[in-house]
Design a protein around this ligand. Sequence first.
Ligand code: IPM
Ligand code: MG
Length: 380
Amino acid sequence: MNSYRIAVLPGDGTGPEVVAEGIKVLEAAATKFEFELALTEYDYGGDRYLSTGEVLPAGAVEDLGTYDAIFLGAIGHPGVKPGILEKGILLALRFALDQYINLRPVKLYPGVETPLKGKGPEEIDYVVVRENTGGLYTGTGGFSMKGTAHEVAVQSMVYNRFQVERCLRYAFDTARRRHSASDPWRGLSKKDLAEGKTAQLTLCGKTNVLTYVYDLWERTFYEIAEEYPEVKTDYCHVDATCMWMVKNPEWFDVIVTGNMFGDIITDLGAMTQGGMGIAAGGNINPDGVSMFEPIGGGAKVYGAGSDQSPSRHLRRRDDVGRTRRIPGGPGRRSRRGVCDRQQTRVACRPANGLFHLGSRGPGGRSFGTVGPCRSVCSPA
Ligand code: IPM
Ligand code: MG
């Protein structure tokens, strides 16, 4: 019988309640699927910090690194200045255990309410792959002339090619794993299917402003895409991503993005799938120890006693369910700046020959110009 050693960190706020219920589910699963659990609880969090002044004691990372997985409740305490526990526990573990992926499924389950009008489980079912160890989260930066009228504060978005590449590869693999030729992503057009596409990966960036960091992401994205011919590539600026997550969530299959954008868009995603009490996240080190946690459970409004569901611990990297294809599906955006036939009819205004991003979907149409059409729909 398989046996798994799991470190349990209930943490702060709603964490202990959610973890207690989650453990009941884990135990039920262990009985049903015949594996053994060895759970060890740690008291890392706000209360311990307030009484000892310590976030993670010496040796904690090495110790936690010996487990099969870590089960975390929530980090963040109203009595502790923001940043101390988050950086000292949550981010410290993500970084030290090199959990470089934060995998956050956005999946609306049947019977769960969403604030998105007219959308249901068929439309809200995608995965966000958030890079989890770089970007603005590295803490690179500082102050100068602090406390003066000319004080300067700098915080840098730092990425190297290695980090970007390993995250993108994980995202392409996720897209590949979610679908197959016999079960393609339902948003693909007939043309995509005829070209052998089975899934879609959207890069969420800000290439129009962050012209260094997201240029690196974009170049690497299209280079790696060559190795995944069955994955359709797609690009969205982060602000547009937020629009489509609300208006046309069915346009997404897998989204990959940097750490900060991933943090922000997954709170939005959580709300569309029924709220923070539902959303799960996995801090994944594919070759090491991973840590599973709810999204944003430490937020102040979600104190002990608030409405949280342990089910959000249960969805994670192998959450790959996907089925039906919408007949005549959206077939919306193609690679940046290139207009395909499907978009021709609805997306380009014949008068000015502009190509419009995200112009068409089952839910309707809207326009966001990205550039002149270079293909079949030049001005008539
Ligand atoms: C999350 C949280 C954390 C983050 C905070 C608590 C540091 O918002 O897991 O999304 O920003 O990553
Ligand atoms: Mg967050």
